[in-house]
Write a protein that binds this ligand. Structure first.
Ligand SMILES: CC(C)(COP(=O)(O)OP(=O)(O)OC[C@H]1O[C@@H](n2cnc3c(N)ncnc32)[C@H](O)[C@@H]1OP(=O)(O)O)[C@@H](O)C(=O)NCCC(=O)NCCS
Length: 162
């Protein structure tokens, strides 16, 4: 596996890669997501040889239809084309889930692009409801995973081998 460093970064730092890898039809200034500036939000960068090649964000945000659990949303998850398939996405996701669990999160959810459905499923996320279309991006699935308290067991699950 390639060696990556994953560390917290400022929200402004992830926006250029958000644009390049996820929303090239938008301007960097438009890539401020609701909740980016939440005091408990985590933005993580994945670095290889000091260059940021992956990003992810997690922030407290209720999951539609499941108000009963303290929920956090994973957003802006992306790995540079040349660095996919070496485990960085998994490291970024794990860092996000651990952060949420450590801050009282009991559920994490995301709107997964159809093409990344298998990635989230691999890490134990389950699908919730029917697919839906996001304009200019395409079909998505809402997915979620329940989080354990860090005081009970491992906060973030390992990849599922089912
Ligand atoms: C989804 C993404 C972040 C995954 O990053 P990555 O660094 O390639 O992921 P990893 O190498 O950590 O993969 C972890 C596991 O998930 C699997 N996986 C990764 N991407 C997958 C996909 N698109 N579909 C199915 N499985 C996938 C890998 O095979 C791997 O499984 P393994 O351990 O059994 O080999 C990356 O492909 C990406 O940036 N895609 C484009 C942007 C995107 O769709 N982001 C998500 C927005 S919701």
């Amino acid at each position: 596996m390639a060696e990556f460093e994953v560390r917290a970064v400022e929200a402004e730092t992830v926006r250029p890669l958000r644009r390049a890898l996820l929303r090239p039809h938008q301007e960097v200034e438009e890539l401020v997501y609701a909740g980016d500036d939440h005091s408990e939000a985590l933005h993580v960068g994945g670095f290889r040889h000091s260059r940021m090649v992956g990003i992810a964000t997690i922030m407290p945000r209720p999951m539609p239809g499941r108000p009963e659990r303290a929920a956090w949303q994973v957003r802006g998850m992306a790995v540079d084309h040349g660095h996919r398939g070496y485990g960085l996405g998994g490291l970024l996701l794990k860092a996000c889930l651990e952060h949420a669990a450590a801050h009282g999160g009991r559920l994490a959810w995301c709107n997964a692009r159809a093409g990344s459905f298998g990635f989230y499923e691999r890490y134990g996320f389950r699908r919730d409801g029917d697919p839906f279309e996001l304009p200019e991006i395409g079909p998505h699935y809402r997915m979620f995973i329940l989080l354990e308290s860090p005081h009970s067991k491992a906060a973030a699950p390992s990849p599922s081998r089912e």
